[in-house]
Design a protein around this ligand. Structure first.
Ligand code: FE2
Length: 424
């Protein structure tokens, strides 16, 4: 046996569980396994989960903060224009180097899979070239899906459509789009139709930035659900952001959500970015711009939380911490019950993995031995503490370790050490 983890707590609440891994796979998950193993981890009751999954990211823009300048207004539109300035000055090597640095960070934070949009707006397709290279370079320790993302709109720019097709020809995995950024609502709807047809022809999934605005009349998700149904793309299509749904009339939403469920559309809110960027044009009260997560969830729609950005033209913070994303999602969507809080952990692990269609994901015999040992006793505690990733395991091998977070105290008549995972 290559690896034996002793005394784990699992996300379903089982405790005192041992996990045996061999040849990259989990071979047994049960109490009291006694077997010789090359490596052993004493989990001591800590939570052992499959890895975090980030279903929405922009790896071509990450870690570019301040280049060539900062976003002064904090709006989506200034971010897009700032990205245009950066795009004009960067190189393939530069994009790849930043992306590789981010992948290092992501692995250390227990992320095992990322779906990254890659801008296809520049004719040389530098981001595509860089991220295809990175995808290959990291494949042994990180699953990277790439979405052909026409940041400036497929119909708004001269080569918008051709560049998406060229990116897919080069091996990008998913068809993207940005209907709310096309010139008109009609062009937006036309882009959804054309891109879904392209995905149907090529047998690819779809993941569109959809209705990322506070405009309640931005209803491209309706067209996305319609086209998904018409073309039989059920289960292969995701709508990212969907922030306009926050501002829509509730009667309209009562019709929209069942349409989305019928199409088996997945929803990918990005809580950190949505709470920072939406409502910027409001005075008070300011809309919070998060899509209707409790209602989507109640309708049986797959919802995964994405991080979207780390230190780029749109968001100057972030550290690849999917528990930070889960925590923000929990708060903004007011997911207050214990079940809902635990579900927020699932939104950055199992639910996101389902949206990406990952095979072999989970903690069960036969699954890939991809695991994270967290300094927490359960899913809610992991979110509450943004728990330290004690061990990150890929195909049965430890690929990252972080020391436990323990404070040393020097106080009269008080304990000498405080472990946040066991406090109180
Ligand atoms: Fe995005």
């Amino acid at each position: 046996m290559d690896l034996l983890i002793k005394n784990a707590t699992l996300t379903d609440g089982r405790t005192g569980i041992d996990i045996a891994c061999d040849k990259g796979k989990i071979v047994a998950v049960e109490p009291s396994i006694t077997v010789e193993a090359g490596q052993m981890i004493e989990a001591a009751g800590c939570l052992v989960s499959p890895p975090f999954v980030d279903p929405h990211f922009h790896m071509d823009a990450t870690l570019s903060l301040g280049r060539p300048r900062l976003n002064q207004s904090g709006t989506l539109l200034e971010g897009i224009s700032l990205w245009g300035e950066l795009r004009a000055e960067q190189t393939v090597e530069d994009i790849a180097e930043r992306a590789m640095k981010f992948c290092d960070l992501a692995v250390s934070m227990g992320i095992g899979a990322i779906r990254s949009h890659v801008d296809t707006g520049d004719d040389p397709l530098m981001g595509v070239e860089a991220l295809l290279h990175v995808q290959d370079r990291v494949k042994d320790y990180l699953d990277l899906q790439l979405v052909a993302f026409p940041q400036d709109g497929v119909f708004r720019t001269a080569n918008g459509w051709e560049n998406v097709v060229r990116a897919l020809d080069r091996g990008v995995n998913v068809v993207g789009g940005i209907p709310h950024f096309e010139r008109t609502m009609a062009d937006g709807a036309r882009s959804v139709r054309a891109l879904c047809e392209l995905a149907a022809e090529r047998g690819l999934p779809v993941d569109m930035h959809c209705d990322e605005s506070d405009d309640p009349m931005s209803r491209h998700v309706e067209t996305l659900a319609y086209e998904t149904n018409r073309l039989g793309l059920h289960g292969r299509v995701a709508g990212s952001h969907l922030t306009s749904m926050h501002s829509m009339d509730s009667y309209y939403v009562s019709k929209l959500i069942p349409l989305m469920a019928e199409a088996e559309l997945a929803a990918i809110p990005n809580p950190l970015i949505n709470i920072m960027i939406q409502g910027k044009h409001d005075t008070y009260p300011k809309r919070r711009g998060m899509t209707r997560v409790p209602e989507l969830k109640a309708a049986g729609i797959k919802v995964g939380f994405g991080s979207d950005c780390v230190m780029d033209p749109w968001y100057s913070l972030g550290r690849a911490d999917m528990l930070d994303v889960a925590s923000m999602g929990l708060h903004v969507a007011q997911l207050c019950s214990r079940d809902d809080m635990a579900w927020c952990f699932d939104a950055v692990t199992g639910n996101a993995a389902k949206i990406l269609g990952l095979d072999g994901y989970g903690v069960a015999p036969g699954c890939d031995a991809n695991l994270v040992v967290l300094q927490a006793r359960d899913r809610i505690e992991a979110v509450r503490l943004r728990a330290t990733r004690l061990y990150v395991i890929r195909r049965g091998k430890i690929i990252s370790q972080t020391p436990a977070s323990v404070a040393t105290l020097d106080l009269p008549d008080r304990p000498a050490a405080l472990d946040p995972a066991h406090y109180p």
